[in-house]
Ligand binder design. Structure first.
Ligand SMILES: [Zn+2]
Length: 468
């Protein structure tokens, strides 16, 4: 037991090559820089550190990273409200902050300066918003920084409700803009929060919306033409088209993943066989399917998503099996779980993520700000969440029609590195616990593997039907 603890401590120290405290020091230095780009680098470093801290369960680092995110975010006028909320939870145990507030806001905030600060923020505003033909043009008082705009969409095909949302970190001088436009259901521009203006474009049909930045302008092309409704009405509602899917059998080669109750059951083998079955089923349905590994070999985590990006996959599914230490409650711990990427505070998600991440943490340094911005894409998190729900239900439905004691471990959020770089909706499936005697036996069984793959495939189909 002590040996294990020592080993763990050793791993924690060496996982990243560069120590967390060094990374934190670098970020702190960058934060103090007057240059916007450098501060932006600091902002991203703090976010990386925060995720690492969540994985490690290091609350001191979580707090320091959050303080950094808030301080740098404020400098960049990025809305860091959510992080501030999280930070306030840590504040109850007062520890001296890494960055004294005085250094963040120069000069130190005295009551007399508050007014000045507000007017400073107000100087960035929307001066005009109007339609020009089928383009909506938002004009700002100053050249637009892309960091100020967060675009995401909420699409609900079932309710025929499609919302395209732009959150802009600026202010609205005029209250009443009439932006109505047929055939759009609603177009609204409002001061959503202090320093955040929200534009919502709502439609009954899916829009091929595009937008670009042009100096002080944000040009939005919702893709509405006079015949858009006609087109949709005339089309015989087709089944969803054929998709490109990347299946990622976890681990491989020198990395065996979890080792089962009966020593013969290795995670890498079980997930590989299930993945192969899944590929066969999906190909039969006409989809283009690729595997990140086609034999028992080691593939680095970031290579797996890079591959999916290269293949321009519509979805990415990483297949894994769970385990708890032999000393744990092996009979109680079983069931299926599906994860999507999101920093999670739950201990359970952190534990599973740590288990899946540990083999390949050297790839961490490769995660630059780009992958991190991907990670923060709300639209993709939402889509991944939906995919996770359909997959989890697909597996449960299929297995429950054949077996007793199929446990729903739920759809969960987790900081999984294998999902970080993916440019498409991505989930990680834990198909069961190889440490549980009953489930290990099932997972090693060919028929069970086939049924599990069938359930996964049905979940995927369901997702594509709802999200064509
Ligand atoms: Zn795994």
């Amino acid at each position: 037991m002590i040996l294990r603890l020592l080993l763990l401590a050793f791993l924690c120290l060496n996982l990243y090559g560069v120590s967390n405290s060094d990374l934190l020091k670098r970020a702190d230095t960058a934060l103090k820089s007057g240059k916007k780009n450098t501060v932006f680098m600091a902002y991203n470093s703090y976010k990386n550190l925060y995720l690492k801290a969540l994985i490690d369960g290091d609350t001191t680092l979580q707090k320091k990273a959050l303080q950094g995110i808030v301080a740098s975010g404020k400098k960049l006028h990025i809305d860091v409200g959510d992080y501030q909320k999280k930070l306030s939870k840590y504040q109850t145990h007062t520890v001296k902050p890494v960055i004294p507030p005085a250094k963040v806001v120069k000069p130190a905030v005295k009551p007399t300066n508050i007014k000045k600060k507000i007017t400073m923020i107000r100087t960035h505003s929307i001066t005009k918003a109007q339609w020009k033909g089928s383009e909506l043009i938002i004009t700002f008082s100053k050249k637009l920084d892309k960091n100020r705009v967060n675009y995401f969409k909420l699409e609900d095909a079932g309710k025929k409700n499609y919302r395209y949302i732009f959150d802009m970190h600026t202010s609205l001088l005029e209250k009443n803009y009439n932006l109505r436009k047929t055939p759009l259901k609603r177009v609204s521009l409002s001061q959503y929060k202090k320093n955040t203006v929200r534009l919502v474009i709502q439609s009954n049909t899916k829009l091929p919306l595009r937008f670009y930045y042009e100096g002080r302008k944000l040009v939005i092309k919702p893709g509405i033409h006079s015949n858009i409704h006609q087109n949709v009405a005339l089309k015989p509602s087709p089944r969803h088209s054929k998709k490109t899917i990347v299946i990622d059998p976890g681990h491989g080669g020198k990395d065996s993943g979890a080792i089962g109750y009966q020593k013969r059951v290795y995670e890498k083998e079980v997930v590989f066989r299930i993945s192969k079955e899944l590929v066969a089923i999906l190909r039969k349905k006409g989809h283009k399917v690729h595997l990140t590994r086609t034999r028992d070999r080691f593939v680095k985590l970031h290579k797996r998503t890079e591959y999916a990006n290269k293949k321009q996959a519509d979805i990415f599914i990483s297949v894994h099996a769970n385990a708890i230490p032999r000393s744990g409650k092996i009979h109680q711990a079983y069931g299926l779980e599906t994860y999507f990427l999101s920093p999670a505070n739950s201990k359970r998600a952190a534990r599973v993520a740590a288990k899946e991440n540990i083999r390949d943490m050297d790839s961490m340094n490769r995660f630059g700000k780009d992958s991190f911005l991907n990670f923060l894409n709300r639209e993709k998190i939402l889509a991944s969440n939906k995919l996770a729900i359909d997959i989890q239900q697909g597996m449960l439905r299929m297995l429950r029609s054949h077996y007793a004691k199929v446990k729903d471990g739920g759809v969960r959020k987790g900081p999984f590195w294998v999902l970080v770089g993916a440019q498409m909706p991505a989930v990680l499936v834990e198909v069961g616990f190889v440490s549980n005697p009953m489930e290990a036996k099932r997972l090693a069984n060919r028929t069970y593997q086939k049924r599990l793959a069938q359930g996964l495939a049905e979940g995927i189909e369901r997702y594509f039907l709802k999200n064509p």
